[in-house]
Design a protein around this ligand. Structure first.
Ligand code: ZN
Length: 307
């Protein structure tokens, strides 16, 4: 397992972590400057932040600062109720894919969607099985577009508390079933469809260790031999606070909660992941009320000590 104690070369900042400071939006160009100034080498920006800053301007700034991406947030939300909403979903995902290509992202992260309308507070139906069918079909369709652009897709299973409104793919096993069905890539080949393992969403899963090994292709980690492609495309970290007071925006800084992050990182690295540990925190009442630079400094310190 890599030693993170002495430097932060494998730290990436999901830019949602500092999307606000003192409760006000912190613009992406300033976030990127602040990351680069601290020797942070990678970020994962959100589409709304990029749209506000301008796609071409963001691409140019990333290049000038020599910042890499550890992912692009996000595509997905595949469920729909009629032909018009189905088309709108597909058009939006194509735009997300093209933006990911322009920014040089290593993958487009997918939050797959759930019951249509639930996110807006008005659910169109209760048929979660139908939602899962539409998600499978949506990913299959987007995968063809993504292959043509050589842009990997990373399914991010979300904690089951989001099954109604954000994602009806809730375990790593479920995500990997989709990957293997839609993209039967053999060992040694780059997966076109993989997973984003977010500690916040999957830490509770009793099958987590074995499913992470499966995501890595079943490799033993030393020989590199596996049964399938390595599908570990991203690793997100934050912490689960006790108590958690908001289902969406009360994520903890690594070290402040109950997730054994070093153990999880050991599992993903043993399975062949050697990329960035991306700190992704939504914290309306705490970290979004701080000064952004202070939050980044804390991320660096916790990355070294608690991840
Ligand atoms: Zn995540």
């Amino acid at each position: 397992m890599r030693d993170f104690h002495t430097d932060h070369r494998w730290l990436s900042i999901n830019t949602a972590t500092v999307r606000m400071q003192h409760g006000e939006p912190w613009p992406l160009p300033k976030i990127l400057d602040a990351c680069a100034a601290r020797g942070i080498r990678a970020v994962s920006p959100w589409r709304d932040q990029v749209a506000a800053a301008g796609l071409a301007a963001t691409a140019a700034q990333l290049k000038a600062l020599e910042l890499e991406l550890s992912g692009y947030c996000r595509g997905g939300l595949f469920t729909y109720t009629d032909a018009a909403s189905k088309q709108a979903v597909r058009d939006d995902n194509l735009r997300a894919l093209d933006e990911a290509c322009t920014l040089g992202a290593p993958c487009l992260v997918l939050v797959v969607g759930a019951l249509p309308g639930a996110l807006a507070g008005k659910v169109a139906h209760k048929d979660i099985a139908l939602a899962r069918t539409q998600v499978g079909e949506g990913i299959a369709w987007l995968l063809e577009q993504a292959r043509a652009r050589r842009m990997p897709l990373a399914i991010e299973p979300l904690h089951p508390m989001y099954a109604a409104d954000r994602a009806c793919v809730n375990t790593l096993a479920q995500a990997l079933d989709l990957c293997e069905a839609l993209d039967p890539a053999p060992a040694g080949e780059a997966a076109a469809l993989g997973v984003a393992v977010d500690a916040y969403h999957v830490w509770w899963d009793p099958d987590l260790e074995s499913q992470i090994a499966r995501a890595g292709g079943g490799s033993d980690g030393d020989s590199g031999r596996g049964r399938g492609a390595n599908r570990l495309l991203a690793f997100h970290v934050c912490d689960w606070l006790v108590p958690t007071t908001d289902l969406l925006e009360d994520r903890g800084m690594p070290g402040d909660g109950v997730i054994e992050l070093p153990r999880l990182r050991g599992w993903v690295e043993a399975a062949g992941f050697a990329g960035y540990s991306e700190v992704e925190i939504f914290s309306r009442r705490h970290w979004w009320q701080r000064e952004g630079g202070e939050v980044l400094d804390t991320c660096i310190e916790r990355h070294r000590r608690c991840v």
